[in-house]
Design a protein around this ligand. Sequence first.
Ligand code: SAH
Length: 260
Amino acid sequence: MRIGKVLLVGAGPGDASLITVKGLLAIREAQVLVHDRLVNLELISQAPPNCQIINVGKTSNHHPVPQEQINQILIDHALASKNVVRLKGGDPYVFGRGGEEVESLSRYQIPFEVVPGISSSIGGLAYAGIPVTHRHYASSFHVVTGHMCQGNEPQNWNALAQLDGTLIVLMGMTRQEEICQLLIQGGKSPDTPAAAVMYASHQQQKMAKGTLCTLKDEIARQKLHAPALLVIGNVVNLSDVLAFTAQQTDINNKSLSLAI
Ligand code: SAH
């Protein structure tokens, strides 16, 4: 019997129209669509009417579907001759466990392709007016997870504090206060600009801006919570000039009319 193919597709950071052309075409032809919580519902609505939609979404402290089970869902449907789209927020290989999913497919010789997506760590920050690099302010950027792995500290914050580039922390909101403190203890100036960007590129996007010392108060004042990006470095200040209001684009509409 024919084995189905699995396409691991990056949905982009939130705004549905930030998906790639290849990703959108894959959704429109999917027989089974397996998606995460952060994926825009507008993209899911692009699946054909007879497509089976499976939500395996995870919330920050609650994992409704364990990773092994997600892997098995992909394997089972591919072995049942279905073409499967595994739709993940941002880019599938940036903290998305996409590598583990493809490894499990390869054990069964299931054909697969990866369709990269715009990661929230870069594109999401762009929507907040923060360029991750800038010739005058940051010549590197570093994307790390703030999430504790089985009770273990995931990063050497002392080492990260010594870097001059932009530091971007994913999955760090529940520990934001501690992370800022650890960076100060590691030698970063308490006055280093820092921001949290919630729901980047979604309509509900919200940003709290301050310094390593004051960010926690700004986050509390504006009631920000996960999902959010923490970003630390001088590029944060550029958002005063570079922030913009994104035009909402209908992904069914074939023309992109720019209101200039
Ligand atoms: N693969 C994804 C990241 C998955 S990890 C990517 O490339 O973007 C999930 C974390 O990413 C969240 O906890 C949050 O820190 C961040 N994140 C993803 N989408 C986001 C968004 N639209 N706004 C803010 N943070 C987001």
